[in-house]
Design a protein around this ligand. Structure first.
Ligand code: MN
Length: 305
């Protein structure tokens, strides 16, 4: 059975993502969806690949801005060149995380074209709390993350803490991010922070979460109050476990922006489209045309979580 309703509030646990196009390739968007907008401060989850490119093909996201969030890129296969308005030029390789803290405003481009070959990644966004969301922008590559071998799984602690290992990735809300990888049949029960809500995404192969099969393209949601989670596989699998304390602020999302009010979104659209370098400096070492922000054109946005 691929979906089940929670008898308390009718929120399905096994939530299907949807297809979208990013950087010229088709991806699966698992957050936000109609049924679930956020998991803790995680407010966006795109899963790209695994995909094989011809030598001169790839994915290229042209220069574009962000505000009010952190972009979190977890590279599984292939390489992406990140360039930004702070002057960073960073190739991210498998096993690494790129974390870009947009704060009040940053612009970047993401380019796999130089690498060819194959690509597999997850990009998530983390909503910044009110106290940090207008801070100066920053970028960091994390080349090494803690890895735990347990019950046939290789666990990489991407964000937060698991089994006594803590990720160095700097976030501003209580969060968990864990990559789970197994080569063959495996069975593992992990402790959970019961104050967190959690979700599991199968990235390659099916995982069985608390007895229910989760296929790639689905996000399996768990309400706060759980003290552990059982994850089983029948074969090779790669999956993501995310979690966090339910976010306490309503957020407004439009395109690449996370804010609180329609005025803030409108101002960011106007400043990016006008090339206002006080807010958004150009991406350095990149002369390609910036992607214009879609205008609201009568749309009334709602702040929610
Ligand atoms: Mn981006």
């Amino acid at each position: 059975m691929n979906s089940s309703a929670n008898s308390d509030n009718q929120l399905p646990h096994n939530i299907e993502g949807r297809s979208a196009e990013v950087g010229g390739i088709s991806i699966t968007r698992l957050l936000p969806t109609r049924n679930k907008r956020m998991v803790g401060a995680w407010c966006f989850l795109d899963h790209a690949g695994p995909v094989d490119f011809a030598a001169d093909q790839g994915s290229y996201v042209f220069p574009h801005p962000h505000i009010g969030l952190q972009t979190f890129t977890w590279m599984i296969k292939g390489e992406i060149l990140h360039r930004d308005s702070l002057g960073n030029s960073q190739v991210i390789s498998p096993g690494q995380v790129n974390l870009m803290t947009a704060g009040k405003g940053i612009a970047h481009s993401e380019d796999s074209v130089h690498a060819g070959g194959s690509m597999h990644l997850a990009q998530l966004w983390i909503a910044l709390p009110d106290a940090q969301r207008n801070s100066p922008p920053a970028f960091q590559n994390y080349p090494v993350l803690p890895v735990i071998t347990q019950n046939g799984f290789e666990l990489t602690v991407l964000v937060g803490e698991m089994l006594g290992k803590t990720s160095p990735v700097k976030v501003y809300s209580p969060l968990l991010g864990l990559n789970l990888k197994a080569q063959t049949q495996a069975d593992l029960t992990l402790p959970l922070n019961s104050a967190f809500e959690h979700a599991v995404a199968a990235l390659e192969g099916e995982v069985v979460v608390n007895g229910e099969t989760v296929a790639p393209g689905f996000l399996y949601y768990l309400e706060p109050g759980q003290t552990d989670i059982r994850i089983q596989t029948h074969g090779a699998v790669q999956a993501l476990l995310i979690g966090g304390k339910p976010f306490e602020e309503d957020i407004m999302m439009w395109w690449n922006f996370v804010a609180r009010t329609q005025d803030e979104i409108e101002q960011a659209i106007q400043q990016w489209n006008a090339g206002d370098s006080n807010r958004f400096a150009p991406v350095q070492d990149n002369t390609d045309p910036p992607t214009p922000a879609p205008v609201l054109d009568g749309v009334h946005l709602k702040a929610r979580r």
